[in-house]
Design a protein around this ligand. Structure first.
Ligand code: IPE
Ligand code: IPE
Ligand code: MG
Length: 249
């Protein structure tokens, strides 16, 4: 697929040939909004808004590049440590996104899901999230898991509690069974995890599910992570040799 990209001095033709082996499930740690804002003389809130704008582009590119499932890290269980003013801004953004984007997402066949704990969010936001999930539940062009108030350790603790509450006998506990108790119960494990802003850590994102995920880390801040770079990440993935502990020869 070709498209024209306006650069500073010229209009450049960008080609995105279909990928031979696109990942089915991509996770994105959308990091660097704050540093992007600082670099551009803007407030952190504007940085988060720019990040949200970029998400809209990423969703479009995901469909075009053949990604079927996208899990985005939007707010971690540790992000409550931030100043209340920033947290309020992030909550407001989530609320606004649902209000303004839901129709468009639905029209484009996006199925919205949530992973993490909804309980700690204000009822008004919680209800909007539940409404959006219900409204889009029959869509199948792209599944979008929004990790909001999500933490991998919290997810595992939550799973273990439910296993105990269900009186599962110890010999029936397997990795497969535990996977079904995670928030991602009916999702295949992520194939590729992208982290922007150059940090080499998981920050508690999909720590159970990512046992054999491929990682792609770029120094680019999330608001600047564009279509060309997304394509490069997917292309890099398609060249990786995944062995899962075995041998491929
Ligand atoms: C990522 O951007 C968004 C959230 C964590 C909500 P940051 O706000 O972490 O941006 P940096 O890492 O400070 O640049
Ligand atoms: C990870 O980014 C969480 C999200 C992108 C939502 P953080 O900025 O919270 O991670 P740390 O603190 O740098 O590990
Ligand atoms: Mg950060």
């Amino acid at each position: 697929m070709a498209e024209l990209v306006q650069t500073e001095n010229s209009v450049e033709q960008k080609e995105y040939p279909p990928l031979e082996n696109p990942p089915y499930h991509v996770g994105i740690i959308m990091d660097g909004n704050g540093r992007w804002a600082k670099q551009n003389g803007k407030s952190r809130f504007e940085g988060h808004k720019a990040g949200t704008e970029n998400l809209r582009r990423t969703l479009k590119s995901s469909v075009e590049f053949g990604v079927k499932m996208l899990t985005i890290y939007a707010f971690s269980t540790e992000n409550w440590k931030r100043p209340p003013f920033e947290i309020m801004g992030l909550m407001k953004i989530l609320e606004n996104v649902i209000d303004t984007e839901l129709e468009e997402l639905n029209k484009n066949g996006v199925q919205l899901r949530h992973i993490g704990q909804l309980e700690r969010l204000k009822p008004i936001i919680r209800n909007k999230v539940l409404y959006a999930i219900d409204k889009t539940k029959h869509n199948d062009r792209l599944i979008l898991n929004v990790a909001f108030n999500y933490g991998g350790r919290d997810e595992i603790v939550h799973a273990v509690k439910r296993v105990i509450a269900d009186n599962i006998p110890p010999d029936e506990i397997t990795a497969d069974l535990l996977s079904h108790y995670m928030y991602t119960a009916d999702c295949p494990d992520p194939d590729l995890i992208i982290r922007t802003s150059g940090e080499f850590r998981t920050s508690n994102f999909l720590i159970w599910q990512a046992a054999y995920a491929e990682y792609y880390i770029t120094p680019t801040y999330w608001p600047d992570f564009d279509k060309a770079e997304y394509y490069k990440a997917l292309q890099t993935f398609s060249r990786r040799d995944r062995r899962y502990g075995g041998r491929n020869e």
